[in-house]
Design a protein around this ligand. Structure first.
Ligand SMILES: Cc1cc2nc3c(=O)[nH]c(=O)nc-3n(C[C@H](O)[C@H](O)[C@H](O)COP(=O)(O)OP(=O)(O)OC[C@H]3O[C@@H](n4cnc5c(N)ncnc54)[C@H](O)[C@@H]3O)c2cc1C
Length: 448
């Protein structure tokens, strides 16, 4: 069972959990929790992570999936943040095989951006990434006649849910215990440590787990958890929902990704081609609750109307599906677009709340958190080159079986939506793959 991470090891490890004592317990198996788990495990800190659904089932599978420096943040003067994000982008592009380069055309012309502003912005963007490059203007031959031209630049793209899974598997390999479908339902502060009640959705059993430190990395749920269990962070957080619509690439071809402005309200939007689909997003609307709601027609129409300026007519019946995520945002502004996308860490004795943040920035955030853990435990923490993803899938004859024993899926959708993400990238394969996954899971003795 060496290096096995499956329904079998999950059950065995859950059974021995009450006898264990951890240095750190993490709530949340999104990119924030996964990155922290990975760096702590790499530092031999005895860590356990609980995720109430599947790993990456929250915001970390509903993002735009871009690994980027945030060109748009330059006009808000957030130079240092952009430089840091570009550094993280370049590390991930170089070291993680599921982060790839993607070319973007940023559009110039009526209702889009000013040529000279973008030229200067891109020059600065490249410079902050360590490249001296004068951006080259392209006269429009690709887009509608209102567009006079475009600049092409590059950023990164990934499969967000896979990036989480890779970090989780890597953390597990280094000794962290990681449990999906385990909800933290109670938190008790004892004199010098924390006692958690954890409910396993699979068996219905509740277990008590003891840890020295608690890290609340539950993304959009973080404030609810903090309030409910009286572990208040020192900052306010707002939630904003973003949706994307997905269309077949063969009907809406695109060579490069496109950065454009909505003709409705001037907001920046993306059209991203990948595999056999394109997706268009995103919206940015305050919501009251972290629980996912149905995507509203109003939001779909907004994206269609905005994108039609670039693509020509979009038939609503061509939309294959939509996906959404809820941003945890730090700050109080009334305009969600103006709230910083940066993260915030608050420490209250042995409880650490991590709020906000970006997919791109997860390594930086986890290094910051790891330092704070080191201070509380009075242990030396190595952060240079960490967290490092010590996992790559490679090629295997029976990939589903490989995932069952190395990536701990518990339900067919865990593979269909997050580990292989056929539901997003290869919609035409979903029916046949679903049947195959169910058969294989049953064949391996899983209760499906
Ligand atoms: C529309 C949209 C587009 C975005 N695009 C980008 C982008 O292109 N690039 C980029 O860098 N960033 C992007 N982001 C930001 C990025 O996706 C998020 O910052 C990031 O995914 C947040 O991760 P997280 O781990 O903090 O939260 P989550 O991924 O939501 O993870 C928190 C987890 O905690 C779990 N949880 C909650 N309560 C409990 C409990 N009681 N017990 C156990 N588990 C619990 C949840 O189930 C959830 O899985 C985007 C965000 C949105 C919404």
């Amino acid at each position: 069972m060496e290096n096995e991470f499956s329904f079998r090891t999950r059950e065995l490890e859950l059974a021995s959990l009450e006898r264990d004592y951890f240095e750190v317990a993490i709530i949340g198996g999104g990119i924030t929790g996964a990155g922290i788990a990975n760096i702590l495990a790499e530092n031999n800190i005895k860590t356990v992570l609980f995720e109430k659904n599947d790993f990456a089932s929250g915001t970390s599978s509903g993002s735009s999936k871009l690994i980027h420096g945030g060109l748009r943040y330059l006009q808000q003067g957030r130079i240092f943040e952009v430089r840091r994000l570009l550094k993280e982008r370049d590390y991930l592009l170089k070291n993680v095989d599921i982060v790839k380069t993607l070319n973007f055309d940023i559009l110039i012309g009526k209702s889009m951006w000013n040529k000279y502003k973008i030229k200067f912005g891109l020059f600065l963007y490249n410079l902050l990434a360590g490249k001296f490059e004068i951006p080259k203007y392209n006269h429009n031959v690709r887009y509608n006649k209102n567009i006079s031209g475009y600049y092409t630049y590059s950023d990164g793209i990934t499969v967000d849910s896979k990036l989480v899974i890779y970090n989780i598997v890597s953390a597990k390999k280094h000794g962290c215990k990681c449990f999906n479908y385990c909800e933290v339902v109670g938190i008790n502060k004892l004199s010098d440590n924390i006692s958690l009640s954890v409910n396993d959705a699979n068996s219905g059993k509740t277990t008590t787990v003891k840890s020295r430190i608690l890290i609340n990395a539950s993304g959009p749920w973080a404030l609810n958890i903090a309030r409910k269990f009286n572990i208040k962070p020192d900052i306010s957080m707002k939630l904003s929902m973003g949706i994307h619509i997905v269309l077949p690439r063969e009907k809406y071809p695109a060579e490069n990704a496109i950065v454009f402005r909505s003709i409705i309200d001037g907001r920046q939007l993306f059209l991203i081609p990948t595999g056999e689909i394109i997706y268009i997003g995103t919206t940015d609307k305050f919501v009251d609750s972290p629980e996912y709601k149905n995507v509203e027609n109003e939001d779909i129409n907004y994206l269609i109307k905005s994108a039609e300026y670039i693509t020509g007519h979009i038939d609503i019946n061509d939309i294959l599906f939509s996906f959404s995520g809820i941003r945890p945002l730090i700050g109080k502004s009334k305009d969600p677009g103006k709230i910083s996308r940066d993260f915030h860490i608050s420490v209250n004795e042995n409880i650490i709340n991590v709020l906000g943040g970006k997919l791109t920035d997860y390594r930086y955030a986890s290094r910051k958190v790891a330092r704070k853990v080191g201070r509380i435990l009075n242990k030396k923490i190595t952060i240079r080159n960490y967290p490092y993803i010590d996992y790559a899938r490679g090629k295997h004859g029976d990939m589903i079986k490989y995932e069952i024993y190395h990536e701990c899926p518990m339900k067919p959708d865990d593979i269909l939506r997050r580990r292989d993400a056929f539901r997003i990238y290869c919609p035409h394969k979903v029916d046949s793959m679903e049947k195959q996954i169910i058969d294989e899971m049953r064949g391996e003795g899983m209760q499906i």
